[in-house]
Design a protein around this ligand. Structure first.
Ligand SMILES: [Zn+2]
Length: 372
């Protein structure tokens, strides 16, 4: 789908009480920014009904905070913070050049001319305006604890801003991706991170969520758009990407994501557009994988049965069989033997060891796949 024309409404009142000051028409999905007034960006056509308003108060003095350019990047970094927050911001935004470097390495060049984090009174923790991210004014306080939020909003420049969504139902292409890449930055790029531990915690959060049996990742919102922003689009979306990475392997995953970036840049897309571009780049057809994982509710219920030297690994949830690849450790004589199990359309897979009894089975020891 080509870029449409989007109305940009410049408003001066709070989010709940929209008082339109004036309307502009933009030829692309540009989000503008002006100090002291806020921006909403609803689409002109009916498929995408509204984006976020950013509530603002009175204009405040802000100071520019320069940072060194990211290594090997064409982007420049210029942040805007309240004068009294400069010291705090220089600590809180310390990692921003490294984040840009990381995402450029994984995905492709930063899509805009400049990177800006702007301290602002937004309704959320962060708001991913293109090239002009709003960070909640209270979060920029020198805690040094906001790398996850900063990385999340920065990842949105690739996913959500430069590649937009054609329908709210597919918002995971923005939120799930930003959640996964900010987690990867914090745990995988930084030294001493623990991506497996972070994904395990995320998977547990999704499994405990009451929405899991009711709402798939791709779901049309009814009425209240805030319903779109649920753990199903954020955390379950991120879990789908993590399982997809295990399904195709690291190298193919990186190629698939770069192909997605190249083919869908400056477009408004659906999940099927991502599936087509990713599959072509990865060299693995992931159409069914993505269809099942994003359109089915719940998660695979994975169980292992052991009989002597055989183990049967089975999906026991009602409904569709989930495609995925999972590591299985067969414990023999106290020592794990690692096997890779691939599920496509069959519900169970049998494993055997030679002339020895399997004592027990450990499923997915590195937490790649969301499962019960
Ligand atoms: Zn987000």
């Amino acid at each position: 789908m080509s870029a449409g024309r989007f109305r940009i409404i410049v408003e001066s009142a709070a989010y709940e009480k929209v008082a339109i000051a004036r309307q502009l028409v933009s030829p692309t999905r540009v989000v503008a920014y002006a100090a002291g007034i806020s921006i909403v960006m609803p689409a002109a056509d009916a498929t995408m009904t509204s984006l976020r308003a950013v509530p603002t108060g009175q204009p405040r003095a802000i100071n520019a905070l320069e940072q060194p350019p990211p290594k090997g990047s064409k982007a420049t970094i210029r942040n805007y913070v309240y004068p009294w927050s400069e010291l705090a911001a220089s600590k809180d935004l310390e990692e921003l050049p490294a984040m840009v470097e990381c995402f450029e390495r994984w995905l492709g060049p930063y899509p805009f001319e400049k990177v800006s984090m702007v301290q602002a009174p937004t309704r959320f923790g962060g708001m991913e305006n293109a090239a002009c991210v709003f960070l909640n004014e209270r979060m920029v306080n020198g805690s040094g604890n906001i790398a996850d939020t900063v990385a999340h909003e920065l990842a949105h420049q690739w996913f959500g801003d430069a590649i937009s969504i054609a329908d709210w139902a597919d918002v995971w292409l923005s939120e799930g991706f930003a959640t996964y890449y900010s987690t990867r930055y914090c745990e995988e790029w930084r030294k001493g991170g623990d991506l497996a531990g972070a994904m395990e915690a995320m998977q547990e959060k999704v499994l405990r969520d009451p929405l899991l049996p009711e709402r798939p990742v791709v779901a049309r919102p009814s009425g209240d758009l805030d319903q779109v922003l649920s753990p199903m689009s954020y955390q379950k979306g991120a879990c789908v990407l993590h399982a997809l990475r295990r399904y195709v392997g690291d190298e193919a995953f990186a190629k698939g994501m770069r192909a997605h970036w190249k083919r869908n840049f400056d477009e408004s897309i659906r999940t099927s557009d991502f599936a087509a571009a990713f599959s072509a780049g990865a060299g693995v057809d992931c159409t069914r994988f993505l269809a099942v994982w994003t359109r089915e509710t719940g998660a695979p219920l994975l169980q292992a049965r052991v009989e002597g030297s055989r183990a049967t690994i089975e999906q026991r949830q009602p409904g569709a069989v989930f495609p995925f690849v999972v590591d299985v450790d067969l414990i023999v004589g106290g020592t794990p033997i690692r096997r890779e199990v691939r599920f496509e359309t069959e519900r169970s897979v049998e494993l055997k060891v030679e002339d020895a009894a399997i004592e027990r089975v450990v499923l997915d020891p590195e937490h790649w796949v969301l499962h019960q």
